[in-house]
Design a protein around this ligand. Structure first.
Ligand code: HPA
Ligand code: ZN
Length: 346
């Protein structure tokens, strides 16, 4: 485990310090970074009639009661994404936010089925996203690894068909993930498709324990053999699971603003992320769907300062966890950790 010594570690973290910390973002749905402004621009470009009259009206609709109430709108908004340029513009806009906030490495998700089921070619989606990620590395110095997510409310057969469609583009991905409506769609539904993906050399992650029970975290680990759990906050229901996650140093990609906007917690002051951190779990901070939940990565770190009094030392540990939990090479991690040490020593 990395030991961080942070000058004035007990001081509350300032925004400048949070921005300066080199951070990785490991739980970000590209379709969830579609800002209403870009949605209107793409709707006009593609001659699509939106069900909203104005940006204000869109923002009013983003009043969610749970995960499903969000997903219904999220899938509807993605309809404006049609061309390779649209996927490029979406991804580039996210990269610009990263650049402004000190995010140096990203492993974003995309949901191919949301697009291929509308008749958009897998190649259009992948080429658009990938060329923006390539430019992000070249022009902004942000490294990345793309993760293809299967929609768990759809069938195992549909996931297999998606994996098949993705095979010509395998070099564009680092791994597969599992998202969408959690309750009623346990990880084991996708045991065979995850085994096939692992066989292809892909890493595996899965959303588990966002709204679903601890048993889903357990089957994501034991059946899907994931290397990270996305969300995972419901582990607080089980001391045994929290102990296991700490012992196995299993990363959780936690999304504070998402959790409060989707009413997993009524208020940020109830969020357990810092308790999990101080219990020795490898928790990380992430934005999930920033255009829908009111903030990018930095806003998520800031929310923890405002509601939970997060210190510099805690913030530095969260940033270090994000680097260590990434799929970057050991050399790349060492270089990011060195920069992190320089920031916290300054
Ligand atoms: N959970 C499940 N599926 C999702 C999410 C989420 O938070 N965001 C986008 N798809
Ligand atoms: Zn998510």
């Amino acid at each position: 485990m990395t030991v961080l010594s942070v000058a004035q570690g007990n001081d509350i973290a300032t925004t400048d310090f949070l921005r300066a910390l080199p951070k990785a973002e490991l739980h970000l749905h590209l379709e969830g970074s579609l800002e209403p402004e870009l949605m209107f621009k793409l709707a006009a470009r593609n001659q699509i009639q939106l069900p909203y009259a104005s940006i204000d009206e869109v923002k009013k609709a983003y009043d969610f009661t749970n995960l499903q109430s969000f997903l219904d709108i999220y899938y509807q908004c993605a309809d404006v994404l049609r061309t390779e340029q649209d996927f490029y513009d979406l991804t580039w806009a996210y990269l610009e936010h990263c650049h402004a906030e000190g995010v140096v490495h990203i492993e974003p998700f995309f949901d191919p089925q949301t697009h291929t089921d509308r008749g958009i070619d897998m190649g259009v989606v992948v080429r658009g996203i990938s060329s923006a990620l390539h430019d992000g590395q070249q022009k902004l110095g942000i490294s990345s690894g793309l993760i293809l997510c299967f929609l768990r409310h759809l069938s195992e057969d549909a996931a297999f068909a998606t994996l098949e469609m993705a095979k010509p583009y395998l070099s564009h991905f680092v791994g597969v993930g599992l998202d969408s409506s959690e309750v009623g769609h346990p990880p084991e539904k996708f045991a065979r498709v995850f085994a096939a993906a692992r066989e292809l050399g892909l890493k595996a992650v899965a959303h588990a324990g966002e709204e679903g029970p601890v048993a889903y975290i357990e089957s994501a680990l034991d059946v899907l053999q994931v290397q990270r759990i996305d969300h995972g906050v419901r582990c607080t229901d089980s001391d045994a699971m929290m102990d296991r996650l700490a012992r196995e140093n299993m990363p959780l990609t936690v999304c504070p603003l998402s959790n409060t906007r989707l009413k997993v917690y009524q208020h940020m002051s109830e969020h357990p992320i810092l308790q999990l951190l101080d219990r020795g779990l490898c928790v990380t901070v992430n934005a999930d769907d920033p255009a829908f939940f009111g903030g990018y990565l930095l806003a998520n770190y800031q929310a923890l300062v405002e509601a939970l009094g997060m210190t510099r030392e805690q913030a530095a540990r969260l940033a270090a966890n994000s680097i260590q939990a990434s799929f970057a090479s050991d050399a790349a991690k060492a270089s990011m950790m060195k920069k992190l040490q320089q920031v916290i020593a300054a």
